[in-house]
Ligand binder design. Structure first.
Ligand SMILES: Nc1nc2c(ncn2[C@@H]2O[C@H](COP(=O)(O)OP(=O)(O)OP(=O)(O)O)[C@@H](O)[C@H]2O)c(=O)[nH]1
Ligand SMILES: [Mg+2]
Length: 238
């Protein structure tokens, strides 16, 4: 199955090249990589551009300014699904650039897609876990997921997961460009929509690790926005 792994980056120069190396070692030639970079001031885009010159499996999709994770994904999905001249992949993987999502897990997610429409790399299903977060972050993420699951009635245990594999046709039906949210809210809305479309969702356990290098871009605004979005999604269901 021809697949594209989409990796959003903002100031990930410490991670991105070693991540691409690790991914290329683990994935077959049918898998390629699209880095969507919002003109990172640290030069992440330049590094990927130089890499892409000699590496046909890597592409850079550069955007003029930082607009958040949701808009970056939306633009990249559109780019890939309506690819100008390129063959449209049958599956698409979303993953972070900071090694929180392990490259070893990409082939596992793609293999599970053989009998599912959406595969979620899950911290909160049996055998899934978070390796090295402090108790505060663990608690926040756990509570956020239980809250979202309860209100939306979607049975996915890790609704805010950022590590997912999609069948391209399902991703198209989810219409990510119409999701008005960023960060966790965006990731959550994608899964709620997929569930409400009646698609087959599988969760495979992953061990999530704290980012390897660089700093977090997550803000309290993103957390508040996700909480409100869950309420909106719950109201729509009622
Ligand atoms: N293109 C783009 N990528 C972004 C943006 N914000 C975050 N990212 C990337 O999205 C991924 C997830 O962001 P993180 O900052 O790691 O968020 P997080 O994983 O919740 O936070 P940490 O656990 O602290 O790393 C990373 O690869 C970021 O570089 C953005 O505005 N634009
Ligand atoms: Mg991260």
């Amino acid at each position: 199955m021809h697949s594209v792994v989409i990796i959003p980056t903002y100031n990930e120069r410490e991670n991105i090249l070693s991540l691409l190396d690790a991914l290329e070692r683990r994935c077959g030639p049918e898998v390629s990589f699209l880095v969507v970079d919002d003109s990172s001031p640290d030069g992440t885009g330049n590094l990927v551009h130089q890499r892409a010159v000699n590496d046909p499996r890597v592409r850079l999709f550069s955007r003029p300014k930082k607009e958040g994770l949701g808009p970056a994904y939306t633009a990249a999905f559109e780019h890939v699904l309506t690819a100008s001249g390129d063959p449209v992949p049958e599956s698409i993987v979303q993953m972070d650039a900071d090694f929180s999502h392990h490259p070893d897990d990409v082939p596992r997610l793609l293999a599970t897609l053989e009998h599912a429409d959406l595969v979620v790399g899950s911290r909160y299903c049996p055998s899934g876990s978070v390796a090295n977060w402090n108790w505060r972050r663990r608690f926040l993420s756990r509570v956020a997921n239980e809250y979202a699951r309860l209100l939306t009635r979607v049975s996915v245990r890790d609704l805010t997961a950022g590590f997912c594999a999609w069948r391209a046709d399902v991703l198209r039906r989810v219409a990510p460009s119409t999701i008005r949210a960023d960060g966790y809210g965006y990731l959550l809305a994608m899964k709620v929509r997929a569930a409400r479309l009646g698609t087959r969702i599988a969760e495979v356990p992953i061990i999530f690790r704290e980012r390897r290098g660089g700093v977090s871009k997550i803000s309290s605004h993103v957390i508040g926005e996700a909480a409100l979005l869950v309420l909106r999604l719950a109201i729509r269901r009622w």
